[in-house]
Design a protein around this ligand. Structure first.
Ligand SMILES: CC(C)(COP(=O)(O)OP(=O)(O)OC[C@H]1O[C@@H](n2cnc3c(N)ncnc32)[C@H](O)[C@@H]1OP(=O)(O)O)[C@@H](O)C(=O)NCCC(=O)NCCS
Length: 170
C-alpha cells in the first residue's frame, strides 16, 4: 500500500474526499484539458480510485496546493489492466488546473509518484502514457528521466509510451 498522504515542497497529495468531485469536474471541463484529453466523469473516477486504493493499494492522489489547501488536480500511480503491450503496468500520471501549469508542479508531484513506486512497489518498470500531441505531458515524463519507448493504439486512440526501469534510477 502506498502512503495515503505525501507532502512535497508545494503540494499535499492526499486521498479523495466526497467534496472533491465538483472541483475536479471543473478542471475536466477546461478547454485546455479537453484539447489533449478525452472527457471524463470526475465523480465516477473518484469512486473508481477509491476502489483501486482498496484493491491495488494505490491510485492517483488528489493534488492540493499546500499554501491554500485548494484542490488543483490529480497526480499519482494507477495500475492498468487493459494496456496492450505489457500485463498490468503501473502508470504515473498528472492533471493540473490550467492556472497551475508552468510552475513545475506536475514534475514535483510526478517525482513523488516515482519515489512511491521505488519505495513501495515491486514492479521493475514504471510507465507513462499519453497521446502524441500532448507535448506538455511528454515533457514532464522527460523531466522525470523516463525514456520514450514507442507508440501503440489504446482504447481506440494512438498513444506514446515512456518507461523508467528500476535499475536505471541512480
Ligand atoms: C500535463 C500537465 C500536467 C503538464 O503541466 P506543466 O505545467 O506543463 O508541467 P510542470 O508542472 O512540470 O511544469 C513545467 C513548466 O514549468 C516550468 N517550471 C517552473 N518552475 C519549475 C520547476 N521548479 N520545476 C520544473 N519546471 C518548472 C518549466 O520550465 C515548464 O515551463 P514551460 O511550460 O514553459 O515549458 C498539464 O499540461 C495538464 O494538466 N494538461 C491537461 C491534462 C493532461 O493532458 N494530462 C496528462 C495526461 S497523459
Amino acid at each position: 500500500m502506498l502512503p495515503a498522504e505525501v507532502v512535497t515542497e508545494r503540494l499535499l497529495l492526499r486521498l479523495w474526499e466526497p467534496g472533491d468531485a465538483g472541483e475536479l469536474a471543473e478542471i475536466y471541463a477546461q478547454p485546455e484539458y479537453l484539447e489533449t484529453m478525452p472527457p471524463a466523469n470526475a465523480a465516477e473516477q473518484i469512486a473508481m480510485w477509491s476502489r483501486r486504493w482498496a484493491v491495488d493499494g494505490f491510485a492517483p492522489w488528489a493534488a492540493c496546493e499546500r499554501e491554500t489547501g485548494r484542490l488543483i488536480g490529480r497526480i499519482g500511480l494507477l495500475r492498468h489492466h487493459d494496456w496492450p503491450l505489457v500485463e498490468d503496468p503501473v502508470e504515473v500520471g498528472w492533471v493540473l488546473h490550467r492556472d497551475y501549469w508552468g510552475r513545475g508542479l506536475a514534475t514535483e508531484g510526478g517525482r513523488a509518484g516515482v519515489h512511491a513506486w521505488l519505495g513501495h512497489l515491486h514492479d521493475d518498470t514504471l510507465y507513462s502514457f499519453t497521446q502524441p500531441q500532448n507535448i506538455r505531458s511528454q515533457a514532464v515524463m522527460e523531466r522525470l528521466a523516463m525514456k520514450r519507448g514507442g507508440t501503440t493504439s489504446w482504447r481506440g486512440l494512438e498513444h506514446v509510451w515512456y518507461a523508467l526501469a528500476r535499475e536505471e534510477v541512480g
